[in-house]
Design a protein around this ligand. Structure first.
Ligand code: SAM
Length: 243
């Protein structure tokens, strides 16, 4: 990243980013470095995102777990394609999850993606560069906090969102807590999308227990699941996740 771009426009009034960053332009002075664009992700282009965005026309999407930004950028592009002007709040520590720190062998790249320098990951730089290179900085707002802390910030700000994507820690305890906390921020007709249903047993157990406790349908396939009180959406998303 070297010279300023036209991304340095003032923040748009009424956006969450103005409340959180108090008018500071977080992208000021950033220009993309094409040699460092790295869009690796997992299931980040699934059709469920564009489907829910088109149906719900959200002004705000909350993503819990963003990594290099691929899923957020994919959702931002869907919003652009549908001519929508919304915001995607990306919550992440950008410090990685246990599976990234422990990765070796065929998936050692997950570990090296953390970009550990002096014992501390620099993954956030990859995320920022990808967002700017994709020209999605108008839509994407990062919030670099642990998911639990970010929840309390958003709760205090009275935030509700029609789409919440949960893709942070995949251990049972972590994902149970994220589902339960962020469910409180979901708009009444909204949808919570869960990543790594079936593929991570902790996610499957957490999602199943939550759905049973709340008495709501859980619709999923290996890789993605949705939780929603919106009856029409729960029927139609079945078509998408079954594709
Ligand atoms: C599987 S990756 C997200 C992938 C991304 N959604 C995509 O599709 O490209 C999980 C991310 O969650 C973050 N994470 C894990 N536990 C977290 C926590 N408690 N709070 C905030 N972020 C967390 C990690 O830093 C990591 O970047």
């Amino acid at each position: 990243m070297n010279s300023p771009t036209n991304s340095e426009r003032p923040a748009t009034p009424g956006r969450l980013r103005d409340l959180i960053f108090r008018g500071q332009d977080i992208y000021a002075g950033l220009a993309p470095d094409p040699t460092k664009v790295d869009m690796q992700g997992w299931g980040s282009d699934h059709g469920i995102f564009a489907y829910c965005i088109e149906r719900l026309q959200p002004k705000l999407i909350i993503e819990v777990g963003s990594w290099k930004g691929r899923s957020a950028i994919n959702m931002a592009r869907a919003m652009q394609d549908f001519g929508m002007d919304g915001e995607i709040l990306c919550i992440d520590t950008w410090l990685g999850s246990p599976e990234h720190w422990l990765a070796d062998g065929a998936v050692e790249a997950w570990r090296s993606s953390l970009g550990i320098v002096h014992g501390y990951p620099t993954l956030y730089n990859t995320f920022l560069n990808n967002v700017v290179a994709s020209q999605c900085q108008r839509i994407i707002t990062p919030l670099p906090l642990p998911s639990e802390s970010a929840f309390f910030v958003l709760q205090r700000l009275g935030v509700k969102a029609p789409i919440i994507y949960i893709d942070a820690g995949h251990e049972y305890e972590s994902v149970s807590r994220d589902i339960a906390l962020y469910w409180q921020l979901l708009a009444p007709d909204g949808v919570m999308i869960l990543d790594d249903y079936i593929t991570f047993p902790g996610v499957t157990r957490a999602a199943t227990e939550f759905a049973l406790r709340e008495g709501i349908p859980l619709i999923g396939e290996p890789g993605k699941a949705v939780l929603t009180r919106n009856a029409s959406l729960s029927i139609t998303t079945k078509i998408i996740v079954d594709e």
